[in-house]
Design a protein around this ligand. Structure first.
Ligand code: PLP
Length: 435
């Protein structure tokens, strides 16, 4: 064998702490505001929907947060995840660049989302929560939380956007296999859902509606809390095991990346891979280029404004300081369902504002072209979301060829696409269009 292509860490090297970028940024992140008083939110304001321990974690600026042992034990079901070098892709591109990817698709749910779902289920269990309610679009977050709840003996209730519930039954079946209760949203299980169904029995639902139902359920059901799969500080924090492992694995490969790339929906998998490198950029003055990749039709970093906005359509959440396209923006129905969010994690928005990362946007036709090339060279069928990161990695590798430079590129392959094959069907059948 000519070059090593697979870098694995022993279980003993699983990270012991999560990394909090808020400890190292040169300017503090503006705090979330109460939607009524417009004053910084107090922990008590969030107590109705989140347990105290997670509220404290959401607000902390402590640099290293210890990962509880029971969470680390569950992480070992799939962590540390492998780092691979895409030598066949490099060859197809005839590039002198070295392309590495961190693969998060080997978790039971097939994405990075269990990294936070397991942590959130653990803290809720500690706080005495008996039941968690949440929303899900296509089901990536719902299935991750269903798994985590089962492992900690908590009931899980998921409001799944009705069109996806009917058109994409497989992730619903994963959730049910892991013992979650799944309602197509709008449902007759909440007052808000019943009101919408009365007005329009065929209402297809939306993420905004499903959030409102999950929050109503939380507030009205005893011992129930709410869980969110992206955007918030504690969610991005939990994902930083990805970047910490990647730093160790790049050392094993004997290289330091020039470019680090991740796709962004709410921002959590990007934060996970990027923030430990952002730390080195701040504290060791490393010259990393760190790139967030978003869909052209839902480009909150490259086209949105940095300001306070609501996290949901119904304007019930605290006001978050973030890049946003406006809380009433309805993104077109692109295949990368996980990237259809109007806002961006406040931590990612802040890091971008401070010039510590950059952003690019691609139309989905270019993204699927990259996904197909990756599948045909490296084998793994990538989810449409990380295929945005693949597109960017390919473009940077081609640029390196044109400039005759040996760039080292690292991207996060945050999920596989085995439950997204209908999107591949559309692309291969020539039915996938750009808006
Ligand atoms: C949910 C999801 C995303 C988008 O969420 P982020 O918080 O931006 O990471 C991206 N990729 C996959 C595979 C997902 O499941």
């Amino acid at each position: 064998m000519s070059v090593p292509t697979r870098f694995v860490l022993p279980q003993a090297e699983l990270p012991t702490h999560w990394y909090n970028v808020l400890a190292d940024v040169p300017k503090p992140l503006p705090p979330p505001l109460h939607p009524g008083t417009k004053q910084p939110i107090q922990p008590a304001d969030m107590a109705a929907i989140f347990p105290e321990n997670l509220v404290a974690q959401e607000m902390t600026t402590e640099r290293w947060v210890e990962i509880p042992e029971p969470v680390r034990e569950i992480y070992t079901l799939w962590r540390p995840t492998p780092l691979l070098r895409a030598v066949r892709l490099e060859k197809a591109l005839q590039t002198p660049a070295h392309i590495y990817y961190k693969y998060e698709g080997g978790s039971p749910a097939g994405s990075h989302k269990p990294n936070t779902a397991v942590a959130q289920a653990y803290y809720n269990k500690q706080a005495g929560t008996k039941r968690l309610a949440t929303e899900t679009g296509a089901g990536q977050w719902g299935s991750s939380l269903a798994l985590a709840c089962k492992l900690f003996g908590i009931e899980c209730c998921v409001y799944m956007v009705k069109v996806s519930y009917h058109q994409k039954p497989y992730r619903k079946l994963m959730m049910q296999t892991w013992d979650a209760t799944v309602y197509p949203s709008p449902s007759d299980h909440t007052e808000y859902g019943r009101k919408l169904l009365q007005a329009d029995p065929d209402c297809p639902g939306s993420l905004g509606i499903a959030i409102s139902e999950a929050i109503e359920d939380t507030v009205k059901t005893p011992d129930t809390k709410y869980a969110l799969g992206s955007v918030l500080n504690h969610v991005c924090l939990h994902q930083t095991v990805i970047g910490q492992e990647a730093i160790r694995q790049m050392e094993l490969a004997g290289e330091d990346p020039d470019i680090i790339i991740g796709c962004v929906g709410g921002g959590s998998n990007f934060a996970g891979v990027a923030f430990p490198f952002v730390r080195k950029k701040i504290t060791e003055k490393k010259p990393y280029r760190i790139i967030a990749v978003e869909p052209a039709v839902c480009a909150s970093l490259t086209k949105g404004e940095l300001r306070y906005d609501f996290g949901d359509t119904a304007q019930t959440t605290p006001l978050l300081w973030m890049h946003t396209l406006g809380h009433d923006f309805i993104p077109p129905k692109i295949h990368a369902g996980g990237l259809r969010y109007h806002g961006m994690a406040p931590t990612v928005s802040h890091v971008h504002d401070l010039g510590l990362c950059e952003a690019v946007a691609y139309p989905q036709s270019k993204v699927f072209e990259a996904a197909i090339l990756f599948a045909r060279t490296e084998g793994i069928v990538p989810a449409p979301e990380p295929s945005h990161a693949i597109r960017c990695a390919i473009d940077e590798a081609v640029k390196a060829r044109e400039e005759g430079k040996t760039k080292v590129i690292l991207f996060n392959l945050c999920g596989h696409g085995m439950l997204d094959l209908a999107s591949y069907d559309a692309y291969l059948g020539g039915k996938l269009v750009d808006e």
